[in-house]
Design a protein. Structure first.
Length: 368
C-alpha cells in the first residue's frame, strides 16, 4: 500500500494538501470499511482530489470505480437532505444505509431530493422504486401548473408519484395492468383530492391514448467545412487604421466554436477551410475590386479580404494590409515594406455567382 499515488499526468500537476500519514489512514479505513458509507464517500472524494484515480483507489482498497462514483454522488444528495428542516430521522436513516436509493435522486433539485428521501423512507422503497419516484418527482416539478386534484410537492410529496401512476393508468387498456397502476397510485396519494381522482379510474374505463413524441431531428457535423468560423468585420475600405486596430480578438468555445462578445460590431461566418482555421487572429475587411491590387476589369465586385493580424512579418510571397497615412491599404512589395504592417492577407473572397437568383428559391425547379 503506497502513501502517494502512482505517477500520472493528473497527479503530477497537483500539490498534495494531506500528509502521507493522513492518506494512509484514509486508505486503511476504506480497506477495512470502517465507519458508514457517508464517510467512505468523503474518503474517496478526498483521495481523488489528492490525485488518486478511481482505478488506483480500487487497487488500494477494493472499492470498485462504479461503487466510488455511486457513494460520492449519493453523498452529495445526502448533504442536500441534511440541509432540509425537520429531516433528522431521514438524515439518521440514510447515514447508515441507502446510498443506492439516494443515488437515484441525483437528478432532482434540493427540494425534490428532500421530498423524495422522506417519501422513500415512509414507504420503505427499494432502489428500483426510488428510480420511479425520482422520475415522477422530476416531471412533476417541471409542470407549468399543479394538476387539478393533486397537491404541490412541498405539501404532499406523495401526490407527485400518485399523479405519475394516475397518468399511466389512464393510458392502459389492459384491466389487470390498469388495476395495478391504480393500486400504486392509491398507495402514494396523500391528499384526499388525489385519492378521489385516482379512485374515479375504478369506474371510468376510458382509455386516453397519448401522442408519441416526434423524433428529434439530430444531425452530426462530419467535416470541418460544415462548421464555419465566425470572424469580426472591421468595415469597408477606405477605412481608418484605428477602426481596424480596435476590432476585438475572437475567442472561440469548442465544440461548436461559439463566439461571445459585448457591444456593437459586425461578424461574418466563413467556411471551415484549413486556411481559415490556421489564422491566429483573423479580421475581415470589405472592399471593392478597384481598391485592391488586382487586374482591373470593366465590372466592379465586392470582395471580402481576410487578414491575419498575428502575421506582421514581411515576406515577398504575400500581400499585406499596411498603414499608409492612417489609412488602410493592401499592397505587395518585392522588398521589405516601409509602411507599418498590420496583418497578412490570407485570401480574398468573391461572392458566389448565381446566374438566376430567383430560380434557386423555387424547390420545384430541377435539371432534366
Amino acid at each position: 500500500m503506497s502513501a502517494t499515488p502512482p505517477s500520472n499526468s493528473d497527479a503530477s500537476d497537483q500539490s498534495t494538501s494531506m500528509s502521507d500519514s493522513e492518506v494512509l489512514a484514509l486508505l486503511q479505513s476504506l480497506r477495512r470499511k470502517e465507519g458508514v458509507w457517508v464517510e467512505w464517500a468523503t474518503a474517496c472524494q478526498r483521495l481523488q482530489k489528492e490525485g488518486y484515480t478511481p482505478q488506483q483507489i480500487f487497487e488500494e482498497t477494493g472499492f470498485e470505480p462504479i461503487q466510488q462514483n455511486q457513494i460520492i454522488v449519493a453523498g452529495q444528495v445526502y448533504n442536500a437532505i441534511a440541509k432540509g428542516e425537520g429531516m433528522d430521522a431521514v438524515e439518521h436513516h440514510f447515514r447508515q444505509r441507502g446510498s443506492d436509493i439516494l443515488y437515484e435522486f441525483r437528478i432532482l433539485n434540493q427540494p425534490g431530493r428532500v421530498a423524495a428521501a422522506q417519501l422513500s423512507l415512509d414507504k420503505g422503497l427499494d432502489s428500483d422504486e426510488a428510480h420511479e419516484l425520482a422520475k415522477a418527482v422530476r416531471d412533476y416539478t417541471r409542470l407549468t401548473a399543479i394538476p387539478e386534484g393533486f397537491a404541490p410537492l412541498d405539501q404532499h410529496p406523495g401526490d407527485a408519484i400518485a399523479y405519475y401512476y394516475w397518468k399511466l393508468a389512464r393510458l392502459q387498456s389492459d384491466l389487470q395492468a390498469r388495476s395495478r397502476l391504480i393500486a400504486q397510485g392509491l398507495r402514494f396519494a396523500e391528499s384526499a383530492s388525489a385519492r378521489s381522482a385516482i379512485e374515479k379510474l375504478l369506474t371510468d374505463f376510458t382509455v386516453f391514448k397519448s401522442r408519441p413524441a416526434p423524433l428529434m431531428p439530430i444531425y452530426r457535423l462530419d467535416s470541418e467545412e460544415e462548421l464555419p468560423r465566425i470572424v469580426p468585420v472591421a468595415g469597408q475600405l477606405p477605412l481608418e487604421v484605428d477602426a481596424f486596430k480596435t476590432v476585438p480578438i475572437v475567442e472561440e468555445e469548442e465544440p461548436f466554436r461559439i463566439v461571445k462578445f459585448s457591444g456593437t460590431g459586425a461578424w461574418i461566418p466563413l467556411p471551415g477551410w484549413q486556411t481559415v482555421l490556421s489564422a491566429e487572429d483573423p479580421v475581415v475587411v470589405l472592399a471593392k475590386t478597384h481598391q485592391l491590387p488586382l487586374p482591373q476589369t470593366s465590372a466592379t465586385e465586392n470582395v471580402l479580404v481576410l487578414i491575419d493580424r498575428a502575421q506582421r512579418q514581411w515576406n515577398a510571397d504575400s500581400y499585406f494590409l499596411v498603414d499608409t497615412d492612417a489609412k488602410l491599404h493592401v499592397q505587395w512589395t518585392d522588398e521589405p515594406c516601409s509602411e507599418t504592417i498590420l496583418g497578412r492577407v490570407v485570401f480574398m473572397l468573391k461572392a458566389r455567382r448565381v446566374l438566376d437568383e430567383e430560380s434557386i428559391k423555387d424547390l420545384w425547379q430541377f435539371e432534366e
